[in-house]
Design a protein around this ligand. Sequence first.
Ligand code: EPZ
Length: 418
Amino acid sequence: MEKYIINGGNKLYGSVKIQAAKNSVLPILAATVLTDGEVKILNVPQISDVKNMINILTCLGCKAVYENDSIKIDSSSADCFEIPSALAHELRSSVFLLGSVISRFHRAKIAYPGGCDIGLRPVDLHLTGLKRLGVEITEKNGYIMCKCDKLCGNEIMLDCPSVGATENIILAAVKAEGTTVIKNAAREPEIEDLQRFLNCIGAKVSGAGSGTVIVEGVKLLGGCEFLPIPDRIEAGTFLIAAAMCGGRVAVEGACPENISSLLHKLRENGCKININNDKIILENDRRLSSVKTIETQPYPGFPTDLQAQMTALCGLCGGHSIVTENLFETRFKYVPELRKMGADITVIDRNAFVRGVEKYKGAAVVACDLRGGAALVLAGLAAEGRSEVLDISHIDRGYGSFEYKLRNLGADIVRVSV
Ligand code: EPZ
């Protein structure tokens, strides 16, 4: 196990380059199973979710090779439709493989997916959508078993705009007979990126980002070299770090329009933000004022993946805020750890009632999920004195070179083995 040791209080200055979006790269890796063509994905972050997804692809018989910050995938020799439970439990995105494995083999067997412990995280919308395409599904002993004679296009209405269900159904529909229309589809930028990738290898997908996605089935797919969009959550995390610590940070290679809801809130806090194409510069040299409410919503609303980081910021602002988590049932598990640092936050159901304090004080805290762990690091950077953040394997799932990037900005943070 490893931990971070942080000596807080340093302001942050400099620039940080944003990695490719974890939540784009993962469904794109799942999509490579659909084609025999060689795919090269660029600027891929060295994070454990990507490594685990590559392990799963290798188990399916795909050839996957890391080359610096790119990955080359060749699925022409894929010959297995069963995803090992130990690997499936490692990450939520294993469930995306259902769609692409069924499309390739007309069979699939996968254990229920893992991922952050932030709520119930059912897969009912994934399975209902796949059944609409002609898949027979049985769930037994913790496994989801699927089979079909063929996949047929259909109209699917999602009860809620689930990112994963939208992506899984798109993957299953790419080579189905006929056309599939997905209504009430998620609008996240990562879904538009998946559409862009699939069309690069010869699929016919349209409408991503609009709420209605149309997939015309095709027979053959090829290969391509692909640069995914930058990680809007990594970009937002560094901007919030700068707001909490003070200083001047330029986030480079970002997509400002993909985090406009965050930028709006940070400006409301009193941060000075300048945008120059793919560079976002945040300056802050004083105590920020609180924002009344933060409500997480499906895109383009405030992203749930920045909820923890924003709550940590609100905890240092003058005034009161109410943070409401509308997507996941238990996404405030980091709050008791933040309270050890002096935060004044009370959680009732889906609401966190935040009263801003002058300063956090360093403490030993434990990361319990990816984004909650990142929030604890940001709090340690802003706190007075020494902090330790334990169980940082959660953070390694989604942030590549996290401590190196923070140290380059002037933070005093080191990773040590426990
Ligand atoms: C994706 O998770 C992301 N993960 C999550 O990021 C992100 O928080 C989430 O979308 C929302 O934006 C990846 O892309 C790998 P959902 P996913 O299906 O697909 C309900 C991170 O930190 N739902 O959009 O699992 C569900 O309970 C991770 O990077 C059903 O009811 O999210 C939730 O309330 C954490 N039935 C809501 O939809 C289903 O079948 C949104 O979940 C599926 C989902």
